[in-house]
Design a protein around this ligand. Sequence first.
Ligand SMILES: NC(=O)c1ccc[n+]([C@@H]2O[C@H](COP(=O)([O-])OP(=O)(O)OC[C@H]3O[C@@H](n4cnc5c(N)ncnc54)[C@H](OP(=O)(O)O)[C@@H]3O)[C@@H](O)[C@H]2O)c1
Length: 437
Amino acid sequence: MPRPVAEQVVVIVGASTGIGRATAMAFAAKGARVVCASRGTLALETLAQQIRRDGGDALPVPTDVADAAAVRSLALAAQQHYGRIDTWVNTAAVGVWGRIEDITDEEFDRVMRVNFLGHVHGVHAALPALRRAGGTLIGISSAEGVRAVPLQAPYAASKFAVRAFYDSLRMELAQDGVPVTVTTILPASMDTPFFEHARSKLGTMVKPPPPVYRPEVVAASIVYASTHPRREIPVGGSAVVFLIGQRLCPALFDALLSVRHLGVRGQRTDRPDDGLDNVDRPMDGTGRVRGRHPGWVLRHSAFTRLVGRRRRPGELLTAAVRDLHRRRSPGETLTAAIRDLRQRRDLRRRPRRRPGELLTGAILSLRRRSRPSTPSSVLPSVLPSVQPSVQPSVQPSVQPSVQPSVQPSPQPSVQPSPQPSVQPSAQPSPEPIAGVR
Ligand SMILES: NC(=O)c1ccc[n+]([C@@H]2O[C@H](COP(=O)([O-])OP(=O)(O)OC[C@H]3O[C@@H](n4cnc5c(N)ncnc54)[C@H](OP(=O)(O)O)[C@@H]3O)[C@@H](O)[C@H]2O)c1
């Protein structure tokens, strides 16, 4: 069970603006200690100051997610400062808008490096700490990780990759029985500075296609996921339209988005592009949560609260599989079942005597019977003569068969002293026989 939010240490990668910033503030408002990371130092500093002013606890750590070593240092800094990590949120991303022929190889490379490899670096850095004490990984993909749209090929490809990455991770962790949960968030359009930060090759500034929501709606779902692990949470009603539409009729979606008005005009503004973006380096500034979307912005998503956060039936099965693996691997379960069966069978079966054992038993019995009752004082001298002849060749397999047949008759006459000297050689025999079987 995840800790209550107020007791958590949360790392948010991509915290300087937009959804990440709103998430850091939402966690801090509920009492979590937050580690805020991104490249823009001033924006991070103002965020930490604002959180502290409001009575919270925040640690700003400037980090570029494209640099794996820097992300590992971030994880170390979080653990050194707060002692552990409970929830790790990967939200950093950049965008390049344009037709595929107009976007360079370097731009594709950069978007994948930040939007996809950034998540890989985050998971690699966080997992050792999360594996130790349990915790939650939350990755922000997008409704575009389910359904691609025109003019955002690198971004959509990175979001598909992120979604697949977390699917693989979720299964691997369940196989290990590790108490680490993985939630993928699929937001629809949010009013954040993302569209001002994006690189546009369209000649105009870009905008989110409607309907557009406030970034706090996503932040609330991320905080929710930190204590209520879910496989995926679509945020915003349009995200579910993407999910269902893509599953039922992807070709119809292709056709609709091929219409210029819907597929292109919905994403560009009338304002000329300002030539500024955060693809290679952070934007200057103190950081903001909200963007400047001129149209209608929805404050809530009833759909997300009522439907999007619901646990799917299959999720219960994944949890059951993880619990099963935590107790015993399937291999161990099988081996244990076979061992159980064998033990029960062994208990039912009496040890079977080999023909040679019967013969040896008979000889021993005859020899003992033919011997006159011996006073206890003489026995030490008698026994050595019996034992060497029997023991070396017979000991492992003969003894159990010897015991029942030999003991009843000679022992009453021999009792006081032979018992201690005969017993030790007879006792260990049942085990070798069980082993032979
Ligand atoms: N806005 C939407 O409509 C929408 C919809 C669906 C999904 N999303 C997803 O939501 C997440 C947050 O987006 P947003 O809308 O809040 O955008 P945003 O305001 O532009 O925030 C992006 C954050 O990522 C950080 N970042 C970018 N490159 C980085 C790098 N190399 N290393 C470290 N941090 C880096 C930025 O900080 P620095 O530049 O200071 O480093 C910033 O804090 C993204 O994953 C995005 O894909 C957004």
